[in-house]
Write a protein that binds this ligand. Structure first.
Ligand SMILES: CC(C)(COP(=O)(O)OP(=O)(O)OC[C@H]1O[C@@H](n2cnc3c(N)ncnc32)[C@H](O)[C@@H]1OP(=O)(O)O)[C@@H](O)C(=O)NCCC(=O)NCCS
Length: 162
């Protein structure tokens, strides 16, 4: 698995000035892309964790999730089409999972189109399991959403079990 970043790749908190590049990726990644307003709401939300990956000055991917207590809802993740299949999705998810659960036990949830094999493979690689299905969740195509989740045990829970 590709987990290590190259020297010129970094993860940063998403900022307003990133939205131009984020929206360009969003529009070519989803049938119903998020609007600028939705991204701005995420930027303003105290429970939203909004990350971008940059290689030099180029924005190559982003990740948005809501964190409420021990639950994390992954809401949006995309990699620029030119950079897909090169391990960035894996590195980003690895970064998120190792950064945001550390001590506490956390449960991660997400919804994904049933036909989105690349994303489903990515999540499965990290142990996400399908826990349900939302019928006709995507109204433009009437496609079902798979609900996936991953329980990550925190270090403290692990230590006290020994
Ligand atoms: C899903 C997405 C973020 C994955 O990012 P990525 O940088 O291409 O992912 P990686 O290169 O790390 O590949 C991750 C895994 O996905 C699978 N994968 C990647 N491209 C694939 C493809 N075209 N078909 C099938 N599986 C694929 C592989 O299993 C791969 O792991 P491996 O290389 O160890 O076998 C990216 O495809 C994307 O932006 N898609 C459009 C937006 C989207 O669908 N987001 C998810 C919404 S739930």
């Amino acid at each position: 698995m590709h987990n290590a970043w190259d020297f010129d790749e970094h993860v940063y908190p998403m900022k307003q000035e990133d939205l131009h590049d984020v929206l360009a990726i969003e529009k070519c990644s989803f049938l119903s892309p998020w609007s600028q307003r939705l991204f701005e709401e995420a930027l303003a939300s105290p429970i939203s964790i909004n990350l971008v990956v940059k290689k030099g000055k180029s924005l190559i991917g982003y990740f948005i999730m809501y964190n409420i207590e021990d639950e994390v809802h992954i809401l949006n993740v995309a990699v620029h089409p030119d950079y897909r299949g090169k391990g960035y999705g894996t590195k980003l998810l690895h970064h998120v999972l190792t950064t945001f659960h550390k001590e506490r036990t956390m449960e991660f949830f997400l919804e994904v189109r049933e036909s989105n094999t690349a994303a489903i493979h990515l999540y499965r690689k990290f142990g996400f399991e399908i826990i349900g299905k939302r019928r006709r969740y995507y109204s433009e195509t009437n496609e079902d959403a798979l609900v996936m989740s991953l329980l990550r045990e925190g270090q403290k829970a692990h230590d006290s079990a020994q």
